[in-house]
Design a protein around this ligand. Structure first.
Ligand code: P6P
Length: 350
C-alpha cells in the first residue's frame, strides 16, 4: 500500500473527520461524538439485519401489554434496542452534556460519574420502525446542538434551539447497504459501510440534490384530510402533462422517512408530510427536533430546501422537545413551488 498523500485509497469516516478537524470545521470532541454515533449505528445495523433470527422483531413490552412511547406509538423491540445502544455508546466518552430521544419522554443529562462535554445529541433511534417486520429499510436520525449552559444539568429547555444552531446532523439508513449521510455544515457527504472491514467509507463527497424533479413522495391516503393548498398542489402534479405543470410526475412512498429522504438525496424529488385533519391538532406528524431539523440541515447542505410549507424549517423556533411540524423537503425548485401554493392560498390569491 502506497503512503503517498495523493494515493487514491478509499477515505474512511475517521480520515474524513480528521481532515474536517484539520480544516477547522469541527472540534476534536465533535469528531469523537460523530465517530461514537457511527459506531452505534453499526451495532444497530447488525441488530436490524438479524431480524427474526435475533428475536428482535415485533412489539416491545410483555405479550398483550404493548409498550407505548411519549408519541403515543407502539414501540417495537428494535426501537428500544436502538435507543439503548445510542444511550450506552454516548454515556462515558466525555463529549456530551445530554441526550434527547424520540423514545424518551424527557432529555437526560450525562450521568454524574462521567465527564461532561459541550454538545447535546438528539436522535430518532429507529425511524420508520413500523416497517421493520416487513423488511423495509429503516434508519437512525441524529442532530447535534451546542449545550448553552456549562456546569449544570442540561434540561429540556436547553435543547429548544432552531435548526440553524445545529453543528452536525446525519442519518444512517439500514437497507441493502448501510449508509451514513452526514453534514458538519460544509456539504453533505455519504459513507457506505464496508461490512468486511467494519468501517464507513466515503462514497459521495459534497452531494447535490437536483434542483428540478418529476417525483414526489406523499401518503396519498391522507388526501381527503389535506388543507386546500396541498390539495391544489398535489392535484396539479397528478394532472401531469396536460395540467398546469406541463409534465408527468412519478410517486414514491416508503413510509420510512430515512428511505424516502435518501432517495431524494440520491436522485432528487420532493418529500411532503403536510398538516392534515388527522394530525393538525398535534402540529403535524413528523417531529421537528430529531427528524425535520436534521433532515433539513442535510438537504440544505446538499443544495435543496426544507420548509413547513410556510417557513424555512431551520428557522422554526421550537416550543417543545417533541414538537411536530409539517414537512416539505427536497429539490429546491419544487419545494419553493409547494410554498407558492401555500403563500397564494394564505393571501387569498390562490
Ligand atoms: P404514514 C415513520 O413512522 C414516520 O415517522 C416516518 O418515517 C414516515 O415518513 C412517516 O412516519 C410515515 O407516516 O402516515 O405514511 O405511516
Amino acid at each position: 500500500m502506497s503512503l503517498t498523500p495523493n494515493d487514491p485509497q478509499p477515505c474512511s469516516l475517521t480520515r474524513f473527520l480528521i481532515e474536517e478537524q484539520r480544516a477547522g470545521h469541527i472540534e476534536p470532541d465533535l469528531r469523537l461524538l460523530i465517530e461514537v454515533v457511527a459506531r452505534a449505528c453499526k451495532r444497530i445495523s447488525i441488530a436490524v439485519g438479524k431480524g427474526a433470527l435475533g428475536g428482535v422483531l415485533g412489539d416491545a413490552g410483555r405479550p398483550g401489554e404493548a409498550s407505548v412511547n411519549i408519541q403515543g406509538e407502539a414501540q417495537k423491540k428494535l426501537d428500544v434496542i436502538a435507543n439503548d445502544v445510542l444511550m450506552e455508546a454516548n454515556a462515558w466518552g466525555g463529549h456530551l452534556a445530554g441526550l434527547a430521544s424520540e423514545e424518551m419522554d424527557h432529555s437526560q443529562p450525562i450521568p454524574d460519574e462521567f465527564p461532561r462535554g459541550r454538545y447535546l445529541l438528539l436522535f430518532d433511534p429507529l425511524d420508520g420502525s413500523s416497517n421493520i417486520d416487513v423488511n423495509v429499510s429503516v434508519g437512525t436520525i441524529f442532530s447535534v446542538l451546542p449545550c448553552p449552559r456549562q456546569g449544570c444539568d442540561p434540561v429540556d429547555a436547553d435543547y429548544l434551539q432552531p435548526g440553524t444552531a445545529q453543528l452536525a446532523a446525519g442519518y444512517c439508513v439500514y437497507g441493502p447497504q448501510t449508509t451514513l449521510v452526514l453534514t458538519v455544515g460544509h456539504g453533505t457527504h455519504v459513507f457506505t459501510l464496508d461490512r468486511e472491514v467494519g468501517s464507513f467509507v466515503l462514497t459521495g463527497r459534497d452531494i447535490r440534490i437536483p434542483q428540478q424533479t418529476a417525483e414526489f413522495a406523499v401518503n396519498m391516503s391522507n388526501q381527503r384530510h389535506w388543507q386546500p393548498p396541498m390539495q391544489a398542489y398535489i392535484g396539479d402534479l397528478l394532472a401531469g402533462k396536460t395540467g398546469p405543470r406541463g409534465k408527468d410526475f412519478n410517486m414514491r412512498w416508503v413510509a420510512s422517512m430515512v428511505a424516502d429522504v435518501h432517495r431524494i438525496m440520491t436522485r432528487g424529488g420532493i418529500f411532503a408530510y403536510p398538516l392534515d385533519a388527522k394530525c393538525e391538532a398535534k402540529g403535524g406528524k413528523l417531529r421537528l427536533m430529531y427528524e425535520a431539523n436534521p433532515m433539513a440541515f442535510l438537504v440544505e447542505q446538499a443544495g435543496g430546501a426544507a420548509t413547513t410549507g410556510r417557513q424555512r424549517m431551520m428557522e422554526v423556533a421550537p416550543a417543545a422537545l417533541h414538537q411536530r411540524v409539517p414537512v416539505f423537503l427536497g429539490s429546491r425548485t419544487e419545494v419553493e413551488e409547494a410554498g407558492r401554493y401555500h403563500r397564494e392560498h394564505d393571501a387569498g390569491t390562490g
